[in-house]
Design a protein around this ligand. Structure first.
Ligand code: BGC
Length: 416
């Protein structure tokens, strides 16, 4: 069947060449959306393109946060075989832009008015040197907690609003024999938790100074030590099999009532929805205690690799589909994120999605919207990876908090 399709395509292509007509090629899309919820969201995009007659060649690279995907991408580009479109985050996009590897989407962006509808915070990572180089799909944020409502109710636990209340909720669950915190011990997951914990311990000025400005005094401060102490408390309240666990399996522990809480970005909501769970009834979403007024965001985007010339028709169709208001709603409803456009209404989103949109708008207007360190929106990959190493070594008990602070200062100063 595939052979027949290829032969047909080749025939159409020859005909098209003869007549000077453009023909739709497949798009090859490299991404790391491999969990149940992520795959369901990806399907929305696939179907959108297929409806336009554009075939989809899937190139999934498992691994939350996309580190493995970025490694595969580098190998492909080095081999002169870049995929058509690639999921990417923040500073990685700017890095490929600086290398001149990405197609210029300015014509399409101008035609569709992206400048007017994509929030500034996203444009900062979607444009390089005045050129649009990627198509923003969504806005996720990392400072969320996901909870099993029945487990909390059964233990008389209300949503904690500050660190002390969180500590007592965790201790109540531990005393009841329930795993308080579902976690997967992978560097990017440890760092995702650290985003929220550091913000909660030091507030927005501290978060910005440490992770965005890479200020040595903030990195080496007592507040940073407090953040590491809080990480140690969290480490003491995960189950013994946490090491190496994938994030979606940790989410499943909350879904199944094996654990009370998971600290994770709002892609976790995609797993709850995919399991047929309802926000407010089966599960609760709330900002990490003490970070209610802040948002640490990351935005998935698709970079279009320059295939030797101008943007191809398929790349333009993909980018245009991604930015279309109807797709933005349909996709983000399933993915757990919120739209990357400011002009779409959120009333079709569930309660967590609506809160996500409202939080994003209010954090942006009060100056409390910051790029996620863990997801490549605070500092370039070299610095991010240096922070990952220290956070993970501390989480796994290799460093006490004081040593972790000293290591962090050193690691960042070497990496930046
Ligand atoms: C991406 C999400 C993805 C998550 C887990 C994040 O970096 O932005 O889209 O669901 O990683 O894989």
């Amino acid at each position: 069947m595939k052979r027949i399709t290829n032969t047909l395509k080749a025939t159409v292509a020859v005909f098209a060449l003869g007549t000077g007509m453009a023909v739709a090629e497949d798009v090859e899309v490299l991404h790391w959306w491999t969990s149940g919820g992520e795959a369901a969201a990806l399907n929305v995009l696939k179907q959108d393109l297929e409806a336009q007659g554009i075939g989809w060649q899937d190139m999934p690279v498992a691994g939350g946060g996309g580190e493995q995907a970025m490694t595969v991408l580098r190998a492909r580009v080095t081999a002169g075989d870049a995929p058509t479109a690639v999921q990417a985050l923040g500073f990685d996009i700017l890095d490929w832009g600086a290398q001149g590897a990405l197609a210029n989407l300015n014509d399409l962006a101008a035609q569709e008015g992206w400048d007017e509808v994509v929030p500034e915070a996203l444009q900062a990572f979607a444009k390089y040197d005045g050129k649009w180089i990627s198509a923003p799909v969504n806005v996720h944020s990392t400072n969320w907690v996901w909870a099993n409502k029945a487990v909390l109710d059964a233990n008389g636990i209300a949503i904690p609003t500050n660190w002390d209340e969180f500590v007592s909720a965790v201790e109540t669950l531990a005393a009841a024999g329930v795993t308080p915190i579902a976690h997967g011990g992978q560097a990017w997951q440890d760092a995702t938790v650290f985003d929220a914990v550091a913000m909660g311990a030091g507030g927005p000025d501290f978060y910005k100074a440490a992770f965005i400005d890479l200020d040595e005094a903030a990195l080496g401060s007592d507040t940073m030590k407090e953040a590491f102490d809080r990480m140690a408390f969290i480490r003491a309240h995960v189950d013994e099999n946490f090491s190496g666990r994938d994030w979606n399996l940790a989410t499943a522990m909350v879904i199944n009532g094996e654990a009370g809480f998971q600290m994770m970005g709002d892609w976790a909501k995609g797993e709850f929805l995919n399991a047929g769970k309802v926000p407010g009834e089966d599960f609760l979403c709330f900002r990490f205690p003490g970070t209610q007024d802040q948002v640490t965001f990351n935005a998935d985007q698709f970079m279009m690799f320059d295939q030797g010339g101008s943007v191809s028709a398929e790349q333009a169709a993909l980018a245009s589909a991604i930015l279309s208001p109807s797709f933005q709603i349909a996709f983000n409803k399933v993915k757990g994120s919120v739209p990357a456009r400011t002009d779409v209404a959120g009333d079709e989103l569930d309660a967590c999605g609506q809160q996500g949109m409202a939080d994003l708008a209010s954090a942006a207007s009060s100056g409390n919207l910051f790029g996620s360190m863990a997801h490549g929106h605070a500092a370039p990959a070299s610095v991010k990876n240096a922070i990952y190493d220290v956070v993970t070594a501390h989480f796994n008990g290799e460093y006490d908090s004081e040593t972790a602070v000293a290591e962090l200062v050193d690691a960042v100063s070497i990496a930046k």
